[in-house]
Design a protein around this ligand. Structure first.
Ligand SMILES: [Ca+2]
Ligand SMILES: [Ca+2]
Ligand SMILES: [Ca+2]
Length: 266
């Protein structure tokens, strides 16, 4: 097949079969290149979305500095729960923890990997296997064990929790201690959990001692420790609850909307 086109002087240009095939190949190649470029740009944008979320929305949501007295006389079962309270996944590769020594990089949190919105992860002083057994947690909950071994940066009665991102920048901090902050909680045998207002605020007075069946649906571990490791319930803002209450009064004929906040917890 020949391809014909008009030239400026009125004569006609015709392309041979091989030239037409060449032109077709070039057109196809250009289309493929554009398609590949679009895919590369899409992948890059996704990467930027994950990367730009670093430091944004990981918060300390629960901690316990010492376990209850149990038959083993070993009370070193402390743990810290971190939750992604944002709306995008966060890659924790390169992130780290330290206590009141405040040294970024000292206890590596990289193996948490990408933490999804709403996901809670655990750091504990015990082994991963023992912690999972103690609290009957399924395999989907990410746990990093052996906190303080061999670095010694485990938690005491008055101490500090510091979470750093991959650049060593502080993401969240809690400085606590019932003696240093009179009237604040002492997480000895029961963990503490943070209120919504206290998320990321480093305010020990925004923390509540866990009790069985509380707002976090806390339960007792085999050792007797009380807490809710691996799940964090974010309360509805008070304004929404008031609004829901008002709507229920105005629409008595409709079935009342259930407040389902607690359903996120198991
Ligand atoms: Ca401890
Ligand atoms: Ca310490
Ligand atoms: Ca929890």
């Amino acid at each position: 097949m020949h391809y014909a086109g008009a030239l400026a002087n009125g004569s006609e240009l015709s392309l041979s079969d091989s030239a037409t095939q060449k032109l077709t190949r070039i057109t196809k190649n250009t289309y493929l290149k554009e398609k590949i470029m679009k895919q590369i740009i899409t992948a890059f944008v996704s990467l930027v979305l994950i990367t730009s979320a670093v430091g944004a929305d990981i918060r300390i949501t629960e901690y316990m500095y010492r376990g209850a007295v149990d038959s083993s006389s070993n009370r070193e079962r402390e743990f810290i729960e971190l939750t992604n309270i944002g709306s995008v996944p966060i890659d924790m590769d390169g992130w780290s923890f330290d206590d009141d020594k405040r040294t970024p990089g000292i206890f590596d949190l990289s193996s948490f990997g990408i933490v999804m919105p709403g996901e809670s992860v655990i750091i504990t002083e015990t082994t991963v296997e023992r912690f999972r057994d103690e609290w009957s947690l399924d395999m989907s909950i990410k746990i990093i064990g052996d906190l303080g071994n061999p670095t010694g940066n485990n938690l005491g009665r008055a101490d500090e929790i510091n979470i750093y991102d991959a650049l060593g920048i502080l993401v969240d901090r809690l400085t606590y201690g019932d003696e240093v902050f009179p009237g604040s909680i002492r997480t000895d045998g029961a963990s503490g959990w943070v209120s919504q207002a206290g998320l990321g605020m480093n305010d020990p007075y925004e923390w509540t001692l866990s009790s069985i069946g509380d707002m976090q649906n806390s339960w007792a571990a085999l050792s007797g420790d009380i807490g809710s490791p691996g799940v964090h319930v974010i309360p509805e803002p008070a304004a929404l609850l008031l609004l829901a209450g008002g709507l229920m009064v105005c629409n008595r004929r409709r079935p009342a909307n259930r407040v389902t906040t607690d359903s996120k917890a198991k």
